[in-house]
Write a protein that binds this ligand. Structure first.
Ligand SMILES: Cc1cc2nc3c(=O)[nH]c(=O)nc-3n(C[C@H](O)[C@H](O)[C@H](O)COP(=O)(O)OP(=O)(O)OC[C@H]3O[C@@H](n4cnc5c(N)ncnc54)[C@H](O)[C@@H]3O)c2cc1C
Length: 490
């Protein structure tokens, strides 16, 4: 997030001085590291949590359109950044990979058909295919077909034009750009306090974690892009807008495939349905990854729980975040989210064999010895004040002071895919005086800025073609068979 904001500001105000502090010794070693997240370019092509069923059996696609619109903004900025040399080598961070929704069981098949009917006529989802055919399934998803009992009906929504994004590689390229264009980046430096001055500026207290030395930095604007560490820093800033917010950490683990033959037999990001009580970000998925030019495969996430707010954080993170102003919000959530707690306890008690049973819903012949368990990034879900209590949210929230001198980002979903629209939101909120003057440059970076692509198919086609070409996302002509007409019409 911070790297994106830095790169945007470098384009808009190249003469402004930018300093970034990272507590670890490398960029993107927390949630943005490629193996700490699933690298899905979230555009609601396959994630069923964005398309809930309505009581009448039809499907609500409002959230899906919104998430897709946001991803188109990121896609355009990345394409602009390649054109201008801010980013280089798109294959290093973004690669085309089909996005697929998978269900089994008659009721779920009915739901997926309704989802397809609701989305397929929409300009942003026009490439989507649908099939209930076991033959089609077996041709496209051989690993998932082996050993499958097709007497249990299956259905797929398939979009060839999805993406895998290595957000770690992207972050590193953006940080390099900020540093190479006059910004300063300190690693191993932790921000420990923020205090507002009478003229509206901020004193940022920073500790060098290697030497223990502390220093103070003066800033007219502060962006708290600290991931799970953002809540503590926003609380330290004392801004009224951060009061009432709390955080609920959810950790996760993935199974990573270690057998190259198994990896080679699957080329798609396949999302299933979440278990009852599971939070939306715990939808199981079998994901092809492209990291450092190599194809990988992961399955998960298996949810877990730890009081840490960062993977490399401390066990006092959660207790330290409880303040008089958010106590009621947090207690309120504790009382209402018992289903989530039950789900987390059941996930935590899974043995390696249990995890393979979960995986076998996707890959029926999966063997324990082909997979290793890896710890994923830590997500801190947003708890927001609501009435006398609080509510747990699974999205992201930009929090900014009314005077625009400080902003931060809480939450982690849809995540890094929406970094560009999230940071444009920060700029609009915090720099109202510059926003109008920035429009020509912003439109160069994101030609659809302020326009709903879903309502402007011609513009969508234009920016889609441009970003596809620039990001080298052209899908080779018909690499997999298209849906048989009879199956598509079921
Ligand atoms: C299991 C999992 C799966 C996910 N899957 C996806 C996905 O498929 N697609 C997607 O788009 N998103 C996904 N996400 C979300 C995505 O990873 C995050 O939204 C995104 O990486 C967050 O970026 P960030 O810059 O806010 O935080 P981070 O990448 O965590 O960066 C914050 C940085 O701030 C540093 N920091 C913290 N405190 C301080 C301090 N006091 N001083 C200095 N530095 C500090 C940290 O060390 C860290 O490097 C997933 C997340 C998880 C955990």
């Amino acid at each position: 997030m911070s790297a994106t904001l830095g790169a945007l500001l470098r384009q808009l105000q190249p003469e402004w001085s930018i300093t970034a502090f990272e507590r670890l010794d490398a960029a993107a070693a927390e949630s943005s590291d490629p193996w700490n997240n699933a690298g899905t370019g979230h555009s609601a092509l396959c994630e069923l949590n964005y398309t809930p069923a309505k009581p009448d059996g039809s499907v609500d696609i409002t959230k899906a359109i919104n998430v897709n619109e946001q991803f188109q903004v990121s896609r355009q900025f990345w394409a602009y950044a390649i054109d201008k040399g801010i980013l280089s080598d798109p294959k290093n961070f973004i690669n085309p990979i089909p996005h697929v929704s998978f269900v089994h069981g008659a009721d779920n098949v009915k739901y997926l058909r309704a989802r397809y009917d609701a989305l397929a006529g929409h300009p942003l989802f026009a490439d989507m295919e649908y099939s209930e055919s076991p033959e089609w399934f077996s041709e496209r998803l051989p690993l998932m077909a082996e050993g499958r009992d097709f007497s249990d009906p299956v259905a797929l929504n398939w979009t060839e034009t999805g993406t895998d994004v290595d957000f770690g590689a992207l972050t590193k390229q953006l940080v390099n750009n900020v540093a190479a264009s006059g910004g300063t980046v300190f690693f191993g430096h932790e921000v420990t306090n923020l205090s507002k001055q009478s003229d509206g500026s901020w004193i940022v207290k920073v500790r060098n974690r290697r030497t223990g030395e502390s220093r103070k930095v003066h800033a007219k604007f502060v962006f708290v892009g600290a991931g799970g560490g953002a809540l503590h820093l926003l609380q330290k800033s004392g801004i009224a807008e951060a009061k009432g917010f709390g955080g609920f950490p959810v950790s996760g683990a993935f199974l990573r495939c270690t057998n190259p033959e198994v990896i080679a037999r699957h080329s798609a990001k396949v999302y299933g349905k979440a278990a009852v009580g599971a939070p939306p970000m715990s939808v199981p998925h079998l994901d092809t990854r492209v990291i450092n030019g190599e194809q990988g495969l992961l399955f998960g996430p298996y949810a877990g729980w730890s009081p840490k707010f960062l993977k490399q954080g401390g066990v006092m993170d959660l207790p330290k975040s409880v303040k008089p102003n958010n106590l009621m919000s947090m207690l309120g959530v504790g009382m209402t989210e018992l289903g989530l707690v039950k789900y987390l306890v059941s996930e935590l008690s899974q043995s390696p064999a249990d995890r393979i049973v979960t995986l076998s819903e996707f890959a029926p012949e999966a063997r324990l010895e082909d997979w290793e368990l890896i710890v994923a990034g830590q997500r801190v879900q947003v708890i927001r004040r609501k009435g006398a209590g609080g509510v747990l949210e699974f999205g992201t929230a930009v929090v900014n002071a009314a005077d625009g001198t400080i902003a931060g980002l809480l939450g982690a979903s849809p995540g890094a895919s929406t970094a560009v629209p999230a940071m444009l939101d920060v700029l609009e909120r915090c720099f109202p005086q510059q926003w109008a003057g920035w429009q020509p440059k912003l439109k160069e970076m994101v030609p659809s800025l302020g326009i709903k692509l879903s309502e402007n198919p011609a513009l969508f086609e234009q920016v889609w073609n441009w970003s596809t070409k620039t990001l080298e996302l052209d899908v080779a002509s018909d690499p997999v068979p298209t849906a048989p007409v009879e199956a598509a019409a079921v």
